[in-house]
Ligand binder design. Structure first.
Ligand code: TYD
Ligand code: MG
Length: 453
């Protein structure tokens, strides 16, 4: 019988203390310590297997070469994973409730089962019947796809032994628990145990394991950093529930780049990969409306055209409002102050709302020029040229600075039928005459105002 002891554990960072404290001494969170009963030590050998070899060997004699991969059946997912599923990898998929994590992973195991791989979908959140109903919506359950509705980690591991799946989904890390650990499901020690055991299982059997992780209100994965360390790859599924678009982004990837994004559209029959996201994001763009500017943004190796919308209205209170969605609020505040100082637009007496259409989030400096153009257009209530795109970083002196990959941005704009681009001077100079699109180099925001007439 293992000895248990009681400790207090921070539910934010996992730090432990022998007595209760109002504030975590490690991460400084208030009221985050909870009492947990704990085994004196993890069972011997519980984590042997996390490292696949126990022998010291000359590095030159260790087998190298690329890891074994295969297609997931969802090309947008393959792109984010870095070229397909890696044998023995543990992948965490995080995201807000209702965003489509379960749908994505069910589609994944269905595709795998269809291509002849035995797959097991473990759910601690829903009944097997609910999964069956969702599977029917997604094209019907293929043979070779097994489901287990269970929260006890021990029974899950036993089922894996029995069934011998070639791919495993655990939905979610927060609902599975190990009875040997005294604390409730979802607490830091449980999350650590569950994700650790499943990562060992992945490595030991060479079976890829996909874990669902919930995101807390603050936007971090519950059982935060800790969970990210235990897996090879961390993907975030983002989007706005009011919109059909979903972006899958890698924030950590031991087997590929963290630059790639996958774009999906949630429809009646689940998630569809979107091969041409720009067309989708611009589909509902109003014609001839003031305050709308299009910017070619980079997402990994991809260029997406997105619409920035601004609304400027006389302030209703003494302190004017600055509300944004999809772009950084601070950035908009700075740009508004700059337009006031450099161009004399009286924005301090106006409320400003800036929004990226489609529920997308963009965080590149290149968006600055589009935000500025949208603000000018909204303030003057005059639409921007309908066939124009805008990109460039705006400095505090009002100067427009160069940004990376101008050629790729212009190519995408041309592809979607845009005829003009307002760009930083260096881009206009170097890419002059690349054909098909007029380049208008703008050295400063004042110059942009002039050019817009
Ligand atoms: P779900 O995968 O359950 O989200 P999560 O696991 O991240 O909590 O997806 C939930 C939403 O997706 C729900 O609002 C219904 C919607 N949905 C569709 O629109 N089409 C579909 O084919 C499916 C299966 C779900
Ligand atoms: Mg779910």
């Amino acid at each position: 019988m293992a000895k248990t002891r009681t400790v207090f554990e921070c539910q934010q960072c996992g730090a432990q203390s022998p007595k209760w404290l109002g504030r975590c001494p490690d991460c400084g969170a208030w009221g985050s310590l909870a009492e947990v009963r704990q085994e004196a030590a993890p069972a011997k050998g519980a984590y042997a297997g996390l490292a696949t070899s126990a022998e010291v060997a000359p590095l030159a004699e260790v087998e190298g070469g690329a890891e074994s991969r295969w297609p997931s059946g969802l090309p947008e997912l393959d792109r984010v994973l870095g070229g397909g599923i890696v044998a023995g990898s543990a992948v965490l998929v995080g995201g807000d409730p209702g965003i489509g994590k379960s749908t994505l992973l069910l589609q994944l195991v269905q595709a795998q089962a269809r291509s002849g791989r035995k797959a097991l979908y473990v759910t601690g959140e829903e009944s097997a019947r609910q999964i069956r109903m969702r599977a029917d919506r997604l094209g019907g359950p293929p043979p070779g796809l097994y489901v287990l509705s269970e929260t006890d980690l021990g029974r899950v591991l036993a089922a894996v032994d029995r069934v011998g799946p070639e791919i495993l989904v655990a939905d979610s890390v927060q609902t599975l628990y190990s009875p040997e650990i005294g604390s409730a499901p979802g607490t830091v020690s449980q999350v650590r145990e569950v994700s650790g055991r499943l990562a060992v299982l992945a490595k030991g059997r060479g079976v890829p394991v996909f874990l669902v992780g919930h995101v807390t209100k603050e936007g971090a994965l519950a059982g935060p950093r800790l969970l990210e360390h235990m897996v090879d790859t961390v993907l975030y599924f983002e989007g706005d529930r009011g919109h059909p678009y979903r972006i899958l982004r890698a924030v950590k990837n031991r087997f590929g780049s963290t630059n790639e994004v996958g774009v999906f559209e949630m429809g009646e029959a689940g998630l569809q990969g979107v091969a041409n996201p720009s067309a989708l994001f611009l589909a509902e763009r109003p014609k001839g409306a003031a305050g709308s500017a299009v910017v070619p943004c980079l997402e990994g190796t991809r260029t997406l055209l997105v619409e920035v919308q601004a609304l400027v209205a006389p302030a209703t209170f003494a302190a004017p409002q600055r509300t944004t969605s999809g772009v950084e609020r601070n950035r908009v505040q700075i740009l508004a102050a700059l337009l006031e100082r450099r161009l004399g637009l009286p924005l301090a007496t106006h409320d400003i709302f800036v929004n990226v259409a489609g529920g997308l989030r963009v965080a590149e400096p290149a968006v600055d020029l589009a935000v500025v153009a949208a603000l000018i257009s909204a303030f003057r209530d005059r639409p921007l040229p309908a066939d124009a795109v805008f990109f460039g970083e705006v400095g505090l002196a009002g100067e427009v600075r160069g940004v990376s990959r101008a050629d790729a941005r212009l190519a995408e704009a041309r592809e979607l039928g845009f005829g003009r681009a307002f760009v930083p001077l260096p881009a206009a100079r170097h890419l002059h005459g690349t054909g098909g699109i007029d380049l208008i180099g703008v050295p400063s925001v004042a110059d942009l105002l002039d050019r817009l007439g």
